[in-house]
Design a protein. Structure first.
Length: 189
């Protein structure tokens, strides 16, 4: 039979093979539990991140391999260009409001001028200085004016007064007519 020495030599490969199997099994078990490695790759879904507005990144609030939750702030954008746009929009708004106020004042002034023109026309008609008057030659002579019979060419004669409203351009035209007749009747230019 085999000597003790031969038994030991035959036992060494069995021990080495057994130890290799044991160490391999423990290593594989440990690798499944702990996934750290120097040369490893992980597969995971890639998530694209973008902002709703373009801009340069000013600050990143997370670092590599940080766990993030929905709603966490990941990065901040530079806001100087947006602040300038807001300031420009506010300035444009103020300019538009000023223009609107100026137009409102202009409308109010034109309305007041139209009302004054209507009043001047009424006074001219009552005093008999408009060609569309119904005055008499005696009344005109008493006022130092020349008499003009009604409808003698004045655009504000009775027939025309019915068709032209006395507001806006017609009122201004009536004021010009009254001024013209007053100057002409008093000998002015």
């Amino acid at each position: 039979m085999l000597s003790t020495k031969a038994k030991l030599v035959a036992l060494i490969p069995v021990i080495v093979i057994g130890a290799t199997i044991y160490l391999g099994w423990t290593h594989m078990t440990r690798m499944n539990e702990n996934l750290l490695s120097q040369d490893a790759t992980l597969t995971a879904p890639i998530t694209q991140i973008s902002s709703t507005v373009p801009g340069r990144i000013a600050e990143i609030h997370v670092s590599e391999n940080d766990e993030v939750q929905k709603g966490d702030l990941l990065f901040s954008l530079e806001d100087e260009s947006y602040r300038l746009l807001v300031a420009q929009a506010e300035a444009d708004l103020k300019a538009a409001e000023a223009l609107y106020a100026a137009q409102q004042r202009s409308i109010a002034a034109e309305t007041a001028n139209a009302q004054i023109a209507v009043q001047q026309i009424e006074r001219a008609r009552k005093s008999g200085t408009c060609r569309g008057n119904t005055g008499t030659p005696t009344a005109a002579a008493a006022q130092g004016l020349r008499y003009r019979p009604a409808g003698a060419g004045c655009p504000h004669s009775k027939a025309r007064r019915r068709s032209i409203p006395r507001t806006g351009a017609a009122a201004v035209e009536g004021s010009r007519c009254a001024d013209f007749h007053a100057r002409r009747d008093t000998g002015g230019d």
